[in-house]
Design a protein around this ligand. Structure first.
Ligand SMILES: Nc1nc(=O)c2c([nH]1)NC[C@@H]1CN(c3ccc(C(=O)N[C@@H](CCC(=O)O)C(=O)O)cc3)C=[N+]21
Length: 294
């Protein structure tokens, strides 16, 4: 058997490059605009993982020259108070992007909150108007993780036209929107999920394999077609053999790299692209308000 090592799709490097571009564009625009772009993050409760993500987002904003309007609520905040906060942010002219950090604590429903966000300030691209625009192939704010994956595929010039893309996972956050984006680029898309029989037979047919299920190291080289591009959207915290906590994807990287043509690492793959596309969406909304191109 000939040995092979896949090309690594470096999400961290691409995220830095895009953030540099956004930073210079913001610097340029703020010489004449009366305000910088603004992003508001609504965080409820004190889930440590969420708190860490929110800190990452705030750090990214600071680096780029985006004003951040963090609003932190205790876990026992009534749903109504969150609706009032979104209403205020919708009407606040300093705010171009709004997001509700997920998951919310037990007893709170994120769906009506997301529906209430002004679709033109929907930095996460999760409002039904933006999902509808994606379905219709119209411009709009795109969901961050799927948009980040598409940017990675573009950067490495991975051909999608007429190729067989298999997406594992059918969530509204990743699986469904990414399938639509791949379809818009003329891929033949198969959506697989937990009820798909003989998953391995299917994934072995994929030229592009997107894995977004949240099952640590589900996919190994036996499930991958030689030369395929494998995109790992999973972020799982697991405890290793020595009792140490580490981050791993839905893909067994060290195995898949032997057969794949391209593969994303975790960390350093899709994760950094997600945060970057959030910044991108905020700047896109800002530019639309100013009446200029990004
Ligand atoms: N409204 C909302 N929008 C989100 O976009 C959203 C959310 N809620 N809730 C949680 C998930 C998760 N998520 C991640 C973003 C970046 C990394 C990331 O940058 N990860 C680094 C590693 C970070 C580490 O070391 O912990 C990496 O993969 O290299 C991970 C996960 C956004 N989410």
């Amino acid at each position: 058997m000939e040995s092979n090592t896949a090309r690594i799709l470096d999400g961290k490097a691409l995220a830095q490059k895009i953030q540099q571009e956004l930073r210079s564009r913001i610097e340029q625009l703020t010489q004449t605009a009366d305000r910088p772009p603004g992003l508001a993050v609504l965080m409820v409760g004190d889930n440590p993982a969420s708190a860490a993500y929110v800190r990452n987002k705030e750090r990214a904003c600071q680096k780029l020259g985006i004003a951040s309007f963090g609003r932190h609520f205790t876990a026992d905040t009534p749903q109504e108070e969150l609706h009032r906060a979104i209403d205020e942010l919708n009407r606040d002219d300093r705010v171009d992007g709004i997001l509700v950090q997920l998951p919310l604590p037990e007893g709170l429903d994120p769906v009506p909150l997301i529906y209430q966000i002004d679709p033109d300030k929907d930095a996460d691209g999760l409002h039904p108007v933006n999902l509808g625009r994606l379905l219709r192939g119209e411009p709009g704010l795109r969901s961050c993780t799927p948009a980040g994956v598409m940017r990675l595929l573009e950067e490495y010039q991975i051909d999608l036209r007429g190729k067989h893309a298999v997406v594992i996972g059918r969530s509204i956050l990743v699986g469904k929107p990414i399938s639509l984006m791949l379809l818009a680029r003329d891929a033949t898309v198969t959506m697989a999920h937990s009820r798909t029989p003989d998953l391995t037979a299917l994934t072995r047919e994929a030229d592009i394999l997107i894995v977004a299920v949240g099952r640590p190291e589900l996919i190994d080289e036996s499930a991958v077609k030689p030369g395929a591009a494998v995109i790992d959207v999973g972020i799982n915290r697991v405890t290793d053999y020595f009792g140490k906590s580490r981050l791993t994807g839905d893909v067994l990287f060290d195995s898949v790299k032997n057969v794949a043509g391209y593969v994303t690492p975790v960390p350093g793959g899709v994760g950094p692209m997600t945060v970057t596309m959030l910044m991108y969406n905020t700047v896109l909304s800002y530019c639309r308000t100013l009446g200029v191109e990004l």
